[in-house]
Design a protein around this ligand. Structure first.
Ligand code: GLC
Ligand code: CA
Length: 516
């Protein structure tokens, strides 16, 4: 038996609830829909599920703008539906993680609705309110990830408030102990309902500082490349000396961790974290008494990575975290183009290689130390959906920068389940779905693939079963990278009783594992 905690080696399946399964014919996925598909996830052989936010929300950022942290958005169901979902998840031997958004809430949250009214109401200090500069301008040069300034004006208070994303996502003030305590209560609410952990959204954007805030510096290394984000001024700045990743965040993190530690069952806190130097920031965020692990962005590069790029991404994370389970790797999520498509170009491959490449990428990330997140549809080698008409676009970030930038809808289209089951392949029987379903995906529908012995789904399922029997992968989080050619990635996974050479060949698109 391994001494490692479950989360140190966990393979976690990420569900984007809006696009997983619709159960009531409104074209939008929901919690009962997820419950009805749990067997499919369990049969894949993963250890846990992470569900992106399903709380009440005006859906300006599709759930990452929460207006009540302790309930379910009626579109997605009820708390009773959640209880049924968690019960079945646990019955299948899976853990359930939910997605908490501590950095900001919706401008429709009663906290903000009250706070913005005046300078002296009970919630007046719950957000970052700052007087204008003498010339009326915003207090700093900070920009929002989603375009425009990070400060918006509130006429009632004659002050600016901070938002690192949309202006409808005001940043909470984590210097305020009332805010910190509110999140402890939220954590207890969900832990009491049985959740096994939280994916914590954008922890680098939490802010616990107060005026005067410092300006960001220009990034001297910024170059216009061919990535869509290069068109956004946000990416011309360095952030970690002023706007993001400030050490003052750790008070809140430590308080939140102390809540998790009160519970039995090894509740897991995985923080989504990026930064000018994400490895350094991760070390800080996962110091004793803080997060268990951080979700590493190295392999999520928007434009994809070539083999040397992947090697470098792995090395820089391993450099700091070898021997520990304090990091999580992913190739895909709801924020970046799907890896099966995105990775083709930098590797000099075309679509005929999509399946073989996706299988190889999955095996690679699962073989690395720490936990792994698989995004819904990766097990089917789903392609990125680039042909969504502009008038059907939903993502606010995409809409802001269209038509040059497609945004994140490309990886958020609904799952397909059975090619022969209605026009939406079993996702929904509504007239239309919230985002269009891709024709191309119909050839890779989930249940059809689960029934096909040679599918990626089944190959990954066998791989995950095999992995569970490898002490080198389950008993220790240690790996040693081996020098090799520019088309290969080789490393040894090492435990007391086994050394396993893991070989990933991007020329033949095959992986092999041999005991040393
Ligand atoms: C995270 C989420 C992303 C969201 C943002 C703001 O990066 O993954 O989807 O838009 O935070 O909450
Ligand atoms: Ca629905």
């Amino acid at each position: 038996m391994s001494d490692l905690k479950w989360w140190e080696t966990a393979v976690i399946y990420q569900i984007y609830p809006r696009s997983f399964q619709d159960s009531n014919s409104d074209g939008i996925g929901d919690l009962p829909g997820i419950t009805s598909r749990l067997d499919y996830i369990s049969d894949l052989g993963v250890d846990a599920i992470w569900i992106s936010p399903f709380f009440p929300s005006p859906q300006k950022d599709f759930g990452y703008d929460v207006s009540n942290y302790c309930d379910i958005n009626p579109e997605y169901g009820t708390l009773n539906d959640f209880d049924i979902l968690i019960k079945k998840t646990h019955k299948l031997g899976l853990r359930l993680m939910i997605d908490i958004v501590p950095a900001h809430c919706s401008d429709m949250h009663p906290w903000f609705e009250e706070s913005r009214q005046s300078r002296d109401n009970p919630k007046s200090e719950w957000f970052h309110w700052v007087d204008p500069m003498p010339d009326g301008s915003a207090p700093t040069n900070w920009l929002s990830f989603f375009g425009g300034q990070a400060w918006s004006w509130e006429p009632r208070r004659q002050q600016y408030y901070l938002h690192n994303f949309l202006s409808s996502q005001p940043n909470l003030n984590h210097a305020n102990t009332e805010v910190i305590n509110a999140f402890s209560n939220i954590a207890e609410f969900w832990f009491d309902r049985g959740v096994d952990g939280f994916r914590m959204d954008a922890v680098h954007t939490i802010n616990a500082d107060s005026a005067p805030y410092k300006n960001n510096l220009a990034d001297p290394n910024f170059k216009i490349g061919n990535l869509p984000q290069d068109q956004q001024p946000f990416f011309r700045q360095l952030h970690d000396t002023a706007q993001l990743n400030q050490s003052s965040i750790q008070n809140f993190i430590e308080s939140f961790r102390s809540v998790a530690d009160k519970y039995t069952g090894d509740r897991f806190l995985m923080g989504e974290l990026d930064g000018d130097d994400a490895v350094l920031a991760s070390e800080n965020f996962t110091a004793p008494g803080r997060l268990h692990a951080t979700y590493n962005f190295n392999l999520l590069e928007w434009g994809g990575l070539d083999v040397e790029g992947m090697k470098a991404a792995i090395s820089s994370a391993i450099y700091a975290f070898n021997g520990s389970g304090r990091l999580t790797f992913a190739f895909s999520n709801h924020d970046v183009p799907r890896s099966a498509s995105r990775q083709l170009n930098p590797l000099g491959l075309n679509e005929t290689h999509q399946e073989a490449l996706q299988l190889l990428l999955l095996k690679l990330e699962i073989s690395l130390i720490g936990s792994t997140c698989i995004y819904q549809g990766e097990e089917l080698a789903l392609s990125d959906v680039k042909d969504i008409p502009i008038d059907l676009m939903q993502d606010p970030w995409g809409k802001e920068f269209a038509p040059n930038f497609l945004g994140r809808d490309t990886c958020r289209t609904p799952m397909v389940w059975e090619r022969s089951n209605n026009q939406w392949a079993g996702f929904s029987d509504a007239k239309t779905t919230w985002l269009p379903i891709s024709e191309d995906h119909l050839l890779r529908a989930g249940l059809d693939e689960a029934a096909r012995p040679k599918s990626i789904y089944n190959q990954i399922s066998s791989f995950l079963k095999w992995r569970k029997k490898q002490p080198a992968m389950m008993d220790a989080n240690t790996m040693k990278q081996i020098n090799c050619g520019s088309k290969q990635i080789i490393f040894d996974r090492i435990s007391d009783t086994q050394s396993l050479r893991c070989f990933f060949d991007f020329e033949t698109l095959t992986a092999s594992f041999t005991e040393n």
